[in-house]
Write a protein that binds this ligand. Structure first.
Ligand SMILES: *[C@@H]1O[C@H](CO)[C@@H](O)[C@H](O)[C@H]1NC(C)=O
Ligand SMILES: *[C@@H]1O[C@H](CO)[C@@H](O)[C@H](O)[C@H]1NC(C)=O
Ligand SMILES: *[C@@H]1O[C@H](CO)[C@@H](O)[C@H](O)[C@H]1NC(C)=O
Length: 980
């Protein structure tokens, strides 16, 4: 409406119109009225902190049609639309906008409109065609709609905090086509009256805590295209009438509590493209009528109780993604699936399917993902599975498959994840199969494979897991294996490998677990084992290793399991090994000799030492006594020393082995002390040091002290309140001890000692010189100490720590309180994940590893949205919180920074700014004029390459903070994406 008029014309025209053109008089006055209404709302009802509406002035040339967000009817200049989306305006619902009688559309999407939406004020708006109030701060009940709203076609109230039930009056909007109430706190029953809305094309009510069946008469909505109700607490059966929804393209009822059978009538969904019914309690068989759906591209019924055979004609559909996993399906896979030209993703795992896999599978379609695991399949692997060279994910484990891996698989360069363990597969593995450049996981254990590992395994540069135990592999372990710098776990046990272990294997510094037990390996353990800094488990049992046990093993910071039994190791047991905090170790049945180091001189270790005829001990029956020193005086001294050593030994042993320490404790308060690492202090030093001057922090659960102990080391001591004040103390304490006590990782804080007193609990950690990330970032020093490079390495390190908890701990650990204050920084700003007071281990057998939590956990601003209505956390909730931490690192702002406005958090804010920018065009590296400057912490000085990295981190952060847990990457993936 910004046409250019001369000032003269501007003066004359209204006069002219007034005098000559009576038809136009209402237009002029309506314009005046609209201007008045708009300005009145602007000044009286809207808070506009960013002055987005500063061109709303009467004197503008074409007021109000050239104002921000205003659209006028080109014919008569009357205001027909107000669109103030994304302007950060605040205040109560500006109902007076609706006093403009020509107004048709009101869009206030993504602002800070708050308070209730009262039926009375809304009643002014009955002439509107479209109302969008989504993504605001509305609370309270939904308004009632009067019968006057006869023209309303679109009503969008998603992403607010509306509570209560949907009023029946919503069913009296005769023109309504689009109804979106996604992500509120709506409860109660979905009113049957909604099925009167026969014009409806979109019914989207997902992410609300209803407790409701789907209305029986849902089938009345014959124009419905999108029925979107995941995560809505739906109960009861899927109504028969569903089959009348002939226009439906998306049918999504996933993640509810629906039960009963899928009705046969589903075959009536002639237009349906996607059916999502996963994670319900549906039972019975798949209806044969599913095969009548001519447009069905994605079908996911996984994680239900479905049973029976697959309908024979299922494969005849244009299906691309088929998810049937975690049900009780049985019978064979129809051949028609194999000839389907569209099939890309096939998830059949955890059922009772049997028979052969279809021979032609993969031949006629671009298969990318197949998972047959956990079934009863027999016979050979299908030869064409990777015919189209797209296959990335191949899981066939836990079946009864036989025969070799087809040679054609050796060219399947697209593979990155392979798990075939637990079958009866045999023969040599195709040479190419070992060396795919993108392969991260290769698991072939417990089959009958033979042949050797080719040197070309060196090409699998990103392999993290190589598990080939329990086969008949033979020959040497090739030196090529030393090129696999990302290797975390290598299990080649229970094979026939021979010759020496390549000395370069000590260069595999990422290794957490190395198991070469039960082979025919010989020679010495190579030099340089000291570089296995991450090694937790080393097993070389039952081979022909010779030479001495390297003393360096005693310096491995994480080693907890050491099995060297059943070899020919000789020499003395290195005293350095006693420095390790070993959970299990076994040196039995070797040729070790000399005196058992005092640290092992206890019954506790006896079984681990037996079968070494040369070993002696002063007192450990039935080991022979060590030869007595000759001279009497020396004898006496010897006895005294031995006694002293023994006492020290017992004391150390008691300290180390979770033993009640009350015997030795002079302080009556202490009941039990448990030490998880080698420490140079006792409980008395500890208690004495908890003085006021050492106090560095005090919080809800207790106090934190910084204590310098006698050997010069500094530790952090957390004293948890006891008594009434500490109702949760015990839970916090236990969670912390149970999770932290058993893990070692460079990016997870080390718990050194725990101590139980009568009315207190104490936890001792390594001291972190630079405090918490939260303090550094949000305290005064942030700009100076945390440049981008540092922030980035903190991001990667913390991600590694969490990935370790989620993926490498058994059972996995969910932290549940990931936040910047719980990421501590050592003197080099290396990050460690800390504070496990809310941590919870996940039981493996719980479906999808999620578990209901009682009570609220986590910290404000970091809690994943699903938590609010499900109280279910899984590791994806941690991922969300970590995403928030990434956003803090980039923006330097707190998760609930005041500048976001009340009740708005960092995720909402960043998403908004990013979306606004995305609309303008492209990334920030290439388009610096966009609002990215608003996002990035101005206290950093940045180079161009920094910008690229920041953009990447931001993208990862946004992915992590996706509203849907399923869209969030795993922490392992996060590490990968960050390093990208
Ligand atoms: C509904 O829309 C039609 C066509 O735009 C219009 O003629 C009618 O007056 C409107 N009714 C109401 C109550 O606004
Ligand atoms: C909306 O609900 C969320 C989650 O319970 C809460 O954090 C937020 O403060 C609420 N907002 C308003 C405006 O009530
Ligand atoms: C719905 O939630 C409100 C609080 O928002 C509560 O008072 C009411 O009892 C709930 N109704 C049902 C049926 O659960």
């Amino acid at each position: 409406m910004g046409s250019h008029r001369s000032p003269l014309l501007g003066l004359i025209l209204p006069l002219f119109l007034l005098l000559t053109c009576s038809v136009s008089i209402p237009v002029v006055s309506s314009t005046k009225r609209d201007v008045a209404v708009l300005l009145q709302v602007k000044t009286d009802q809207l808070d506009d902190p960013n002055n987005e509406l500063n061109n709303w002035v009467e004197t503008s040339q074409n007021a109000p049609c050239d104002w921000t967000g205003i659209t006028c009817d080109p014919q008569n200049g009357a205001v027909i639309s107000i669109d103030l989306s994304n302007l950060a305006v605040a205040g109560p619902f500006p109902a007076n906008f609706c006093r403009i009688p020509t107004l048709q559309n009101l869009n206030l999407f993504n602002n800070y409109i708050n308070g209730s939406l009262f039926s009375k004020s809304l009643s002014l708006c009955s002439r509107l065609h479209s109302i969008d109030l989504s993504s605001n701060l509305f609370t309270g009940d939904l308004p009632e709609f009067s019968p006057d709203f006869i023209n309303l076609t679109t009503l969008v109230l998603s992403l607010n905090n509306f509570t209560g039930a949907i009023p029946a009056s919503f069913g009296r909007l005769p023109s309504l086509k689009v109804l979106r109430l996604v992500s509120n706190f709506l409860n109660g029953t979905i009113p049957e009256s909604l099925t009167n809305l026969t014009e409806l094309t979109h019914l989207e009510l997902a992410y609300n805590p209803f407790f409701s069946p789907l209305p029986e008469s849902i089938g009345n909505l014959t124009k419905l295209e999108n029925l979107f109700l995941p995560f809505s607490n739906l109960i009861g059966k899927i109504p028969e009438s569903i089959g009348n929804l002939v226009s439906l393209t998306n049918f999504d009822l996933s993640d509810n509590n629906l039960s009963g059978e899928i009705p046969n009538t589903i075959g009536g969904l002639k237009s349906v493209v996607q059916i999502e019914l996963y994670r319900n309690q549906l039972s019975g068989e798949l209806p044969a009528t599913l095969s009548d759906l001519p447009s069905l591209v994605r079908l996911d019924v996984s994680q239900n109780n479905l049973t029976g055979n697959l309908p024979e004609r299922l494969g005849g559909l244009p299906i691309e993604v088929l998810g049937l996993n975690d049900n009780n399906f049985h019978g064979e896979i129809p051949e028609s699936l194999a000839t389907n030209p569209n099939l890309s993703v096939l998830k059949l795992f955890n059922n009772r399917f049997s028979g052969n896999l279809p021979v032609d599978l993969g031949r006629y379609s671009d298969l990318t993902f197949v998972d047959f695991s956990g079934n009863e399949f027999v016979g050979p692997l299908p030869p064409y599975l990777c015919y189209r060279k797209k296959l990335a994910h191949l899981c066939t484990f836990s079946n009864k498959l036989t025969g070799p891996i087809p040679t054609s698989y050796g060219d399947c360069d697209s593979l990155n994840y392979v798990r075939m363990f637990g079958n009866n597969l045999s023969g040599p593995v195709p040479v190419g199969f070992w060396g795919f450049s993108g392969l991260t996981f290769l698991q072939l254990d417990d089959n009958n494979f033979d042949g050797s590992i080719p040197p070309s395994i060196a090409k699998a540069r990103v392999l993290t897991n190589l598990r080939i135990a329990g086969n008949n592999f033979s020959g040497e372990i090739p030196t090529g294996i030393c090129q696999l710098k990302e290797l975390v776990a290598l299990d080649a046990s229970r094979n026939k490998f021979s010759n020496k272990m390549p000395s370069c294997m000590t260069e595999l510094s990422e290794l957490h677990s190395l198991n070469l037990g039960d082979n025919m390996l010989a020679g010495e353990i190579p030099e340089g084992v000291g570089s296995w800094k991450n090694l937790t488990n080393l097993s070389l049992s039952h081979n022909n290793f010779t030479g001495e046990i390297p003393a360096d093993l005693g310096s491995l910071p994480s080693l907890a399991f050491l099995y060297l039994d059943g070899n020919s190791f000789s020499g003395e047991i290195p005293v350095e090994l006693t420095k390790l905090k070993l959970t299990k170790f076994n040196l039995s049945n070797n040729k070790l000799e000399g005196e058992v180091p005092s640290g092992f001189n206890s019954l506790f270790f006896l079984q681990s030492l037996m079968g070494n005829p040369g070993l002696c001990s002063p007192d450990l029956n039935p080991l022979p006594k060590c030869p007595k020193p000759k001279r009497v005086s020396m004898y006496v001294v010897g006895v005294l020393v031995a006694v002293a050593l023994l006492m020290i030994g017992i004391f150390i042993w008691l300290l180390k082995t979770k033993t009640v320490c009350i015997l030795f404790s002079k302080k009556p308060g202490i009941l039990k002390i448990t030490s998880f690492q080698r420490v140079g202090f006792n409980e008395e030093d500890l208690l004495d040091s908890l003085t006021e001057e050492n106090l560095i922090g005090s919080g809800g659960s207790g106090q934190v002290y910084k204590v310098k102990i006698k050997n010069g080391e500094t530790v952090a001591v957390k004293k948890l309140w006891g008594g009434n004040k500490g109702a949760d103390t015990e839970a916090v304490f236990r969670a912390e001890v149970e999770s932290l006590g058993r893990i070692r990782h460079a990016n997870v804080v080390k718990l050194l000692v725990s101590c139980v007193g009568e009315d207190f609990r104490i936890l001792v950690y390594e001291y972190m010189e630079n405090g918490s990330l939260g303090d550094l970032l949000h305290g005064d020093k942030g700009g100076v100490l945390l440049n981008w490079a540092r922030r980035f390495s903190i991001a990667v390190g913390a991600a590694r720590g969490l990935a370790y908890l989620h993926h490498d701990c058994i059972p996995p650990i969910v932290h549940r309180d990931v936040k910047s204050n719980n990421i501590l920084l050592d003197e080099d700003f290396g990050p460690r994940v800390a504070d496990f007071g809310l941590a919870k281990t996940l039981q493996c057998n719980v479906k999808e590893s999620d578990e209901e939590m009682s009570g609220v956990a986590g910290s404000c601003g970091y809690i994943a949205p699903e938590y609010a209505y499900t109280l279910r956390v899984n590791e994806k909730s941690d991922v969300y919180s970590f995403g928030v931490v990434l956003l803090e690192l980039v923006t330097g702002k707190r998760p609930n920074d005041d500048s976001f406005g009340e009740n708005k958090d960092i995720v909402k804010w960043v998403t908004e700014v990013a979306l606004a920018s995305a609309e303008v065009g492209s990334g920030m590296a290439t388009n610096p004029r966009i609002d990215w400057a608003k996002l990035i912490d101005q206290r950093m000085s940045l180079s161009t390459t920094d910008y690229e990295e920041i953009e990447n981190v931001l993208n990862v952060a946004l992915l992590c903070t996706s509203a849907s847990p399923m869209s969030r990457p795993s922490m392992r993936k996060v590490v990968e994406l960050l390093k990208n």
